[in-house]
Design a protein around this ligand. Structure first.
Ligand code: UD1
Length: 417
């Protein structure tokens, strides 16, 4: 039977949490290692289920993965098996990134169509179109995408319809070993993508403009294995800060990069949190009751869609009505019903969430629908009256290392059951 989290609400969180490496960077760094045979060392890797799943993808391809604390050593073979199996890809959408890496390295790739969080339809057409313009061809057989580029990939100009993180990363992974120059226009600018570009550069890739909307990649003949430390997880930091804000707490997150959370910190300040930053720490004191504000999710450096459920949860007890506009995922609203079972008054209207602030939430049984919605429900439970059981803990385990231990260390009354 799946685990649940049992939370008794009412404690103001207090203390300090050390932030680990970003899930959304570590997974991509692991895929990037496939581009060069030999031993890679990736540090600051979180101990979460998605990293284990990616390690199994790499092992299927023929690599070995050894973890020592937060250090992951990956030994990549000379001839990787160009295939990612269905049972693993179904569990985690990020496995689609092996497409670019394996096409570049092996001239072919067979990847089952991805799963991951249920946010409604999550197509990969930008990935495919971009790789096709570099010379790859694709066929779909029984749910498995067969990509082929027997003569290698060729650099070209790609202009993305939307600054998709995954598509930008897939094209970057493909382009570093392509023949000639690739330019990715309307590229994503997320810090995790910049981290990937830094790792590839250490491996010998030639990349200009990562972190801006235009990335230029000069293909090289071969790459070398390298060592790299994963960028801190801005979403883990943001989630603990939201927990502090929600419980009228006093929480510090350390070993993070506040500049990666500029918009999120601005919104926390505007709901009434006191926020102070140093180069690598953020301290927050939560308000008695949040103020209502409007928020729109946008690609980086806008407000992160993966902080949407935590924000709606904070605003659910605000003094007034707020509107959150979700611009990235049309289907990210399944958790609203769960929040309403706890006494919130939130509803979706098209891509908007209308949040009428209520005085109090009350504990009950709810289902975690995905990583961030699950975390948001735990945060709601910590302010709610009485006991809450958050079922389907496995969703939260995909993204948060030491979740229960960390929250307990801040004084939360939470246990895994
Ligand atoms: C990554 C993150 C995810 C985050 C998201 C947006 C990882 C493992 N996941 O997901 O946590 O929420 O960035 O910051 O890093 N789209 C298309 N066609 C495509 C590709 C994307 O229509 O080929 C659409 C998507 O459906 C979505 C939007 O573009 O509406 C953004 O998606 P994208 O930036 O690609 O997100 P992911 O890389 O999947």
């Amino acid at each position: 039977m799946a685990d649940s989290f049992h939370v008794r609400g009412g404690t103001a969180l207090s203390g300090s949490i050390k932030i680990g490496g970003a899930k959304n960077a570590a997974l991509k760094l692991m895929v990037a290692s496939l581009l060069a045979p030999g031993k890679h060392h990736i540090g600051n890797v979180p101990n979460i289920v998605d990293v284990d799943t990616m390690a199994r993808v790499l092992e299927h391809v023929g690599a070995t993965c050894d973890r020592d604390g937060s250090m992951l050593t990956i030994d990549v073979p000379d001839d990787p098996l160009p295939e990612a199996p269905l049972d693993l890809v179904r569990q985690m959408r990020a496995s689609i990134l092996v497409l670019g890496a394996l096409l570049a390295r092996a001239g072919e790739a067979r990847v089952a169509l991805p799963g991951g969080d249920d946010f409604g339809s999550r197509p990969i057409d930008f990935h495919i179109k971009g790789l096709e313009s570099m010379g790859a061809t694709f066929e779909l057989h029984h749910g498995v995408l067969h990509g082929s580029a027997p003569d290698g990939l060729t650099g070209t100009d790609v202009f993305l319809e939307f600054p998709s993180v995954g598509a930008t990363e897939n094209l970057l992974l493909a382009a570093v070993l392509a023949d000639g120059v690739t330019t990715i226009g309307n590229a994503a600018r997320e810090p995790e993508l910049v981290d990937l570009a830094q790792y590839l550069t250490t491996m010998g890739a030639k990349i200009d403009g990562a972190g801006t909307s235009t990335i230029e990649i000069h293909g090289v003949g071969a790459l070398e294995p390298a060592s790299h430390s994963t960028v801190p997880d801005r979403l883990e930091a943001g989630t603990y800060l939201a927990a502090g804000a929600m419980t009228r707490g006093h929480v510090t997150v350390t070993d993070c990069k506040p500049e990666h959370l500029r918009m999120e910190l601005r919104k926390l300040a505007s709901i009434g949190c006191e926020v102070e930053t140093t180069e690598s720490t953020i301290t927050l004191v939560g308000p008695d009751r949040p103020a209502a504000v409007d928020v729109a999710t946008l690609p980086y450096p806008g407000f992160h869609t993966d902080m949407h459920p935590q924000m709606v949860t904070m605003l659910s007890v605000a003094d007034g009505t707020s509107i959150l506009t979700e611009n990235i995922y049309a289907g990210r609203f399944r958790y609203l019903g769960e929040l309403n079972r706890m006494g919130a008054d939130v509803h979706a209207d098209g891509q908007h969430v209308v949040i009428r602030g209520v005085d109090r939430l009350s504990g009950c049984e709810v289902d975690a629908c995905d990583i961030r919605a699950g975390a948001a429900l735990v945060i709601a439970a910590m302010r709610a009256d009485g006991d809450t059981l958050i079922r389907d803990a496995q969703h939260i385990d995909r993204g948060y290392d030491r979740w229960v231990e960390n929250l307990q260390s801040l004084g939360a009354d939470i246990e895994r059951v």
